[in-house]
Write a protein that binds this ligand. Structure first.
Ligand code: NAP
Length: 213
């Protein structure tokens, strides 16, 4: 399986490493792939390539969305929507507006970013996942205090099963399926809880675990 990762930021780079670590072939994408050249050289891995958003979406059998939240629907247009047809699309984005300097939640119940993405590429199997932690934890979830749980949402069971297995490969205790893509709203607000705790405690390596009695 080839993985196309749309996003040249910290998350795109870390996830690229995470997939390479599992032996996948990866293409990492940007509007301007030349900005990834230096990083590509430093990574020095024959299984890694860089490309435009369209080249990357076309390359991936699975495509990951790691782009600026409020630009992500535009990125789908720039990538060629036909390049997502029938594919599992892992959405790690959060709908955050940074125009005031602080992250402000920019989605609504019934119109989460996950739903906007699924509506924009209806032939794709979008799974909202990994958006509730810092990217370094996404790919290495084993912590001193134990292994946290990942929470996901999406309409396609097989796509969610694939992402669930990926989460276990990256050290998560379990992957909890919240239901259809409309449940993305709760994952996106969950990310705000993660940010609130981080800002209040200046601590950015936390994650959540579900405990039952
Ligand atoms: N940072 C974390 O640990 C973390 C954790 C959980 C979720 N997330 C989410 O992951 C996503 C990526 O975060 P990040 O910090 O790596 O990077 P980011 O700065 O939020 O996004 C960078 C990517 O977005 C693209 N982009 C920005 N504005 C654009 C526009 N107007 N049109 C098209 N593309 C645009 C950039 O394209 P170019 O390549 O062309 O510059 C780049 O590929 C975000 O949605 C974020 O909320 C982040």
């Amino acid at each position: 399986m080839k993985i196309g990762i749309l996003g040249s930021g910290m998350v795109g780079k870390v996830l690229s490493k995470g997939f390479l670590g599992l032996g996948y072939e990866v293409m990492t994408g940007s509007r301007n792939p030349s900005k990834l050249e230096q990083w590509h050289k430093e990574m020095n891995n024959p299984k890694l390539s860089v490309g435009t958003f369209a080249e990357t979406a076309s390359f991936g059998g699975v495509v990951v969305l790691a782009t600026h939240g409020t630009a992500t629907v535009d990125v789908l247009n720039q990538s060629g929507k036909e390049n997502f047809t029938g594919k599992t699309v892992i959405d790690v984005t959060n709908p955050l507006d940074f125009s005031t300097g602080k992250p402000v939640f920019a989605a609504a119940l019934g119109n989460s970013l996950g739903e906007q993405i699924q509506n924009a590429i209806p032939e794709a199997k979008v799974v909202k996942a990994f958006n509730i932690v810092n990217c370094n934890i996404m790919i290495n979830a084993k912590m001193q205090e134990g292994q946290p749980d990942m929470f996901i949402a999406g309409n396609d069971k097989d796509a969610k099963d694939w992402v669930g297995k990926l989460a276990l490969d990256w050290g998560w205790n379990s992957c909890i399926d919240l239901g259809g893509i409309e449940e993305s709203y709760w994952l996106e607000t969950f990310a705000m809880l993660w940010i609130k705790f981080g800002a209040a405690n200046n601590h950015w390596t936390h994650a959540f675990k579900l405990l039952k009695k």
